[in-house]
Each structure stands twice: as C-alpha cells, then as structure tokens.
Design a protein around this ligand. Structure first.
Ligand SMILES: C[S@@+](CC[C@H](N)C(=O)[O-])C[C@H]1O[C@@H](n2cnc3c(N)ncnc32)[C@H](O)[C@@H]1O
Length: 327
C-alpha cells in the first residue's frame, strides 16, 4: 500500500514563536526605532508596532516575505518601512533609508512556515519539490551542492552544519546515487539518506540533519548571523536591546558566545546574577541574564514548531563598538 503524500498546509500561516517573551525583551516605547531583521510573515513587526507608537524597519531576503508587508503602511501610516535584502547588510540597508541609530534589533532566525510549507521552495522533505532551499532567490541551490561537490567537502559540510555522525556514509551514498542520475528533488535526496541513516529513537527523520546542513550552506546562515550581530552592536544606542531567537544549537551557541564575549562575562560569574562589566574592562553589552528563554508548555501545545526555539537578549552600553574604539 502506498501512503499518500501529506498535503502541504496553507503556506500563508506562520505562528510567531516566543512573541510575548520577545516583546518583554525588546520593551518598545513611544518614539523609539526598531529593526525587525527577519520580517517573515510580519508577526513580530506587527506586535512591536501595536505595543508602542514606535517606528519599525523590516528586512527580509525573501521577495515573498516583502509581499506580505502590503497593508502595513495603511495599518501603521508613517511608522513602517520594508527593505529587501540580507540582515548581514543591515547597516547599508538602513542607511539607504536614512537610519543610523536604533533602539532595538530583533532577529528570529531560520525559515518561516510559509517557506517550509511551500513545496516549490525545496526546504522540506515532507513534500516533493525541487532541491532549492534559497531564502532569497539568488546564488547556488541545494541541488548545485548535492550534485556538484566532491565527497570530502560534502561529508565535512554534513558533519559540521548537520552534526550528522554518519556524514561520510551520507556523502558516499549521494555520490553513488548521482552517478546514476542527478538528484533534483527533496524526496529523492531524503530517500538516498534514509538508506544509510536509521531513524533515531525520538522519531527524527534521518534526512533532517543533512537538510539542515544544506540549508545553512545555501543561505550562509552562520556568516549572516555573525555580520548581523556585529552590525547591531554598531547601530544600537546606549540602552538599546538586541534580541535573537535561534532554532538550532549551532546558531544559539554563536549568539551565546557573541553576547558572552561582548558583555565581558567570562567564566566564574554566578549564573544567578545579572551579568555586568563592573570591575572589568568596559564592554559594549550587558546581559540581563545568561540563560536563554524557552517556550512554555502552553506555547508548545499551540505550536509544536516552537520546540527548539531559544531567545537570548543583551543591552547595549555606552562603550564604543568593537573596531570603533580609540586605541
Ligand atoms: C522565522 S522567520 C521570521 C518570522 C517572523 N518573526 C514573524 O513573526 O512572522 C525568518 C525569516 O527571516 C528571513 N531571513 C532568514 N535569514 C535572513 C537573512 N540573512 N537576511 C534577511 N532575511 C532573512 C527568512 O526569509 C524568513 O522570512
């Protein structure tokens, strides 16, 4: 018996994760200016604009997300601007809109539900679609990597960005399959991976980690994140809030490392105290807490996709940003 392929959900729906927690951390006030670096379906931007009489600039690299901003101008006249581009380029994008200082930056990393649930975008192996995975519609696709890279860099990619223990076997299986015919769809690739990786006990599909690795590479997700964190440090005013929501541990570790390093919070400080730089060299951020905020049970029941989300926040001090200090 063949199991029918699941119908993709209505791709327009996206339930914002950790929404209340994001608003508490960003604490918008009247007259302030914010960047929502990952506009997506606009859930965060809308909530920020409703929370205070403030201004929001939204960035997204996906033209489909930009289309979803239609209507924001009439709903929030003079208070919202959408910008197409990468958040790693936030300084240039904001400068082109005449903005050079911000009271808050929020980044809700990863892909949106409309992206995952649109088979033609190629992010999910739950539906068959072209092996694409580009959030913006530029640059090499996942198919270019899968069909073009040599075995060793392919295995390294799957190991490093997918944290897949059987990365070498997956790379070898991909090379063997593609010598027969190019791998062009999500379900073809998932079938190749499932031949060499067994399902885990918690039911995670064997293809999950390799798909994650490809998506990170196709979209340079970690490079984008590094550039964005540094740009946010330069753009935020003293007292400005940086709020980042990550969905996988590679991103969350990077955010944590950045915030820890830039707040001067070395090891040995109590985990239960707010982290300040008192007594040490001045640092560009303070951490209200070292701990990430996780979704509660009620949110997980409402939105199982929130499962692995982690929110971290930092507050800008008046110390000049790295690279902008007098020597
Ligand atoms: C998780 S969704 C954001 C959802 C949004 N917070 C909401 O409430 O609707 C992430 C969005 O960020 C965008 N994105 C991811 N990386 C990006 C980057 N480097 N530059 C710009 N946009 C990016 C994706 O295209 C996607 O639309």
């Amino acid at each position: 018996m063949t199991v029918p392929a699941p119908h993709p959900p209505k791709p327009e729906s996206h339930i914002p994760v950790l929404l209340d927690e994001m608003l508490t951390a960003l604490a918008p006030k009247d007259g302030e200016v914010f960047l929502d670096g990952t506009f997506g379906a606009g859930g965060y931007s809308k909530a920020i604009l409703q929370a205070a009489d403030c201004t929001v600039y939204g960035i997204d690299r996906d033209p489909a997300a930009i289309d979803r901003a239609d209507g924001f101008n009439s709903e929030f006249p003079g208070r919202f601007t959408i910008l197409l581009g990468r958040f790693g380029d936030m300084e240039a994008l904001l400068h082109s809109a005449g903005v050079d200082r911000l009271d808050g930056v929020v980044l809700d990393l990863g892909v949106s539900s409309p992206q995952i649930d649109t088979p033609g975008r190629g992010f999910s192996f739950r539906f068959d679609g072209p092996l694409d995975m580009r959030m913006g519609l530029d640059g090499p696709t996942a198919a270019d990597i899968v069909n073009g890279w040599d075995a060793e860099p392919l295995a390294d990619l799957i190991h490093t960005y997918g944290e897949e223990r059987r990365a070498r076997q997956v790379a070898r299986a991909i090379i063997a399959a593609r010598t027969e015919a190019p791998i062009t769809t999500t379900q073809q690739l998932a079938a190749v991976i499932r031949k060499v990786v067994r399902p885990s006990k918690d039911g995670v599909d064997p293809a999950t980690r390799t798909f994650q690795a490809l998506r990170i590479q196709v979209n340079d997700e970690l490079g984008e994140l590094d550039r964005a964190l540094e740009a946010a440090e330069r753009l935020l005013k003293p007292g400005g809030r940086l709020v980042v929501i990550a969905f996988h541990s590679l991103e969350d570790r990077r955010v944590k490392a950045f915030m820890t390093a830039r707040s001067g919070a070395g090891p040995g400080v109590s985990r239960h105290l707010p982290v300040t730089t008192a007594g040490s060299a001045p640092a560009p951020f303070e951490l209200p807490s070292r701990k990430a905020v996780k979704p509660g049970d009620a949110e997980l029941r409402r939105n199982p996709r929130a499962r692995s989300s982690r929110l971290r926040r930092a507050i800008r001090t008046d110390t000049p940003a790295a690279g902008m200090r007098a020597t």
